[in-house]
Write a protein that binds this ligand. Sequence first.
Ligand code: ADP
Ligand code: MG
Length: 347
Amino acid sequence: MKTVKVLAFTSLFWLCACEKTEPELAVFKEQMFVMGTIIDVSIYGESEKKSQKMFHDLLKDFKYMQASWSPTRKGGLRRLNGLIALESPFTIGPGIKDMIEHSTQLSLQSEGLFNPALGKLIKLWKFSQEELPKGPPPAADAINKILAGNPKMTDLVITGLILESRTPDLAVDFGAYAKGYGVDKAIEYLKSQGVHNAIINAGGDLRAIGSKGKDAWHIGIRHPRENWAIASIKIQADESVFTSGDYERFYEYEGKRYHHIIDPRTGYPADQSTSVTVLHHNAAIADAAATALFVAGPKDWQRIAKKMSVTHVMLIDKNGKIFLTPEMQERLQFTQPESLDITVVSH
Ligand code: ADP
Ligand code: MG
């Protein structure tokens, strides 16, 4: 009698368990303060236990990336820059080699507008430090001295795992690229663990895979001058959306705005754009391209986008005029289109 009861209970339990194997409806979320930003990770369709394990693993990885790629903290990149200054060949790890080679290719495609070899100039502007600088801006002489050295990524010559710099006046800063590269690595890890639906949002720059069940991942793009979303995008399958804006890190000094995206041609903050958003399947490319197109501005962005093989772009210029590629127009939903000055231009 007792056995029967237990059996009946067990089969009822299995019935419930079977019903529960239908797609899980919960989205599990975790917020991490790492790599100089807030990283929000959302996972859909996995158990809470597995999601927690993924959050735990990702946080460890992001902390490692933060230590390795920060130009100011003690770690891999600071070591690399220190060794470049010593003017003799040295060994590098395969991870950083991959980043140097990929970013060199992107730098060339961008005609040097994305130039991670300008670490000395970025350091001079103090935007690589964690605390926001207050000004005054650096002296023109100091800026021109660095520009005169013309540091570029192709000055770094790699043979196997040996790196030699053709100039000691070069320092690498991955501020415009590492967030994208790190998000790619994190998504690759989630995929390798069988996670099919997730979003990794690093301070508004993100890559998303899959969906939230029947609904697509839906993301907003900030207005560069107001505190609301100018537009939204529905993510299709596996895409990254990265924005470079002059409102992210800036100070005002004697009535003038100085921000963290530097035009390598002048040595000063690029002053023709306020925001550039790029949609691409690869987050590292989207990150580097958003920075390069921001610097390129309304006159040159189409040429640079073409060279970087980037098709989905929105550029907002200093007057608030919006330029879109037709591909990007198809994907964007503007919140107040009637109040905006929008031009669609093929690239
Ligand atoms: P964010 O990281 O705030 O989203 P970006 O991706 O545009 O913005 O990166 C800006 C950072 O990249 C700066 O803080 C600096 O470290 C670095 N940087 C600035 N100008 C350039 C440039 N022209 N090329 C490469 N890196 C740059
Ligand atoms: Mg960038």
